[in-house]
Write a protein that binds this ligand. Structure first.
Ligand code: DHB
Length: 308
């Protein structure tokens, strides 16, 4: 007879106490306090902001989004109102008791440190470093392609803030393991794997690239096997926890990420069209999977596919 204990999704993650292991992926519904509130009310363990820059940016011209086989391509160009403006939204969310992860990017160490300080002072529970946007390489650089830069930026942010720091990595690199190890050396508290995969679409009738930026970041189901492989590889190389991100649209995807070595998942493309219920579905589905397979905790699932 199994014990009649209450199964729980509550987790101590990278120094945070989360009520579930789901979050929204940065960039999806993270532009305002009301949308982040809905993410949280729908069952996410934390709400993740759209990536914020030191100052506001209008982003790229349209078209910025196109559906492709197996997913969505986007090249928004990191549009955002700036850290200063958004700090007030973070304060509002914190007044309501919502767990907030502030995602941000910058081009210099000084800007990274200043943004980290401002977002921490506003009350963010954790910071997520977006070192990996594929669409603004010429402007802010794709820092996540270089291990030494990742270590330096992570260390600078850790020195400027006492909050847990998640480092979000790019799949557009030769060896993501080397980059994850550099983030850990820099003091990262968790790795988010992964950001979008650089891709493009061409219209046969117009004979031109569809996106104004020509290339964009691929997310959705087509990204899942790539990010899953990244999580699998990183799990063997670092001690810090991993957040799986890429193509999660149901509990089965989440369980696959847990088995690969993730301790939490972020959900992006599946929420984009207002599918807030996905957080509750994934949470309930993981609990049901635990019951069916006699797991006592989610921690027992993490990395399970690595064991003989
Ligand atoms: C954008 C940023 C990202 O980090 C990403 O993965 C895709 C798109 C952007 O704002 O262009």
């Amino acid at each position: 007879m199994g014990k009649l204990t209450e199964l729980s999704l509550v987790v101590e993650f990278a120094g945070l106490r989360l009520r579930s292991r789901t979050m929204n992926a940065s960039g999806v519904l993270g532009m305002s306090a009301p949308l982040l509130r809905r993410v949280y009310e729908s069952g996410a363990g934390a709400a993740v902001t759209k990536s914020l820059g030191p100052t506001g940016r209008p982003g790229h011209s349209n078209p910025t989004v196109v559906e492709v086989e197996g997913g969505v391509l986007n090249a928004m160009g990191l549009p955002n109102p700036g850290v200063g403006y958004f700090a007030d939204e973070v304060r509002e969310l914190k007044r309501e008791g919502i767990t907030v992860v502030s995602s941000f990017f910058a081009s210099t160490l000084k800007e990274f440190s200043e943004s980290a300080r401002a977002l921490s002072e506003a009350g963010s529970d954790a910071l997520e470093l977006n070192l990996s946007c594929p669409n603004v390489e010429g402007e802010v650089g794709m820092c996540a392609a270089d291990a030494a830069s990742v270590e330096r930026v992570t260390a600078a942010v850790k020195a400027a803030s006492d909050k847990p720091v998640f480092v979000k990595l790019s799949p557009n690199v030769t060896d993501i393991v080397q980059i994850a190890v550099a983030a850990e050396k820099g003091g990262a508290d968790a790795i988010t794997a992964t950001n979008t995969l650089k891709a493009m679409a061409i219209d046969a009738d117009f004979r031109r690239p569809v996106l104004a930026n020509v290339t964009g970041g691929l997310s959705g189901p087509a990204l899942k096997p790539v990010s899953l492989r990244c999580v699998w590889e990183i799990f063997d190389a670092v001690e810090i926890p991993i957040i799986g991100c890429g193509g999660v649209s149901g509990w089965r995807d989440a369980v696959e990420y847990l088995l690969a070595g993730a301790s939490a998942v972020q959900i992006g493309a599946a929420v984009r069209d207002g599918g807030f219920e996905v957080f509750g579905e994934v949470n309930a589905g993981v609990l049901e999977y635990m019951r069916r397979n006699s797991y006592g905790s989610v921690a027992e699932i993490v990395g399970g596919a690595h064991r003989e």
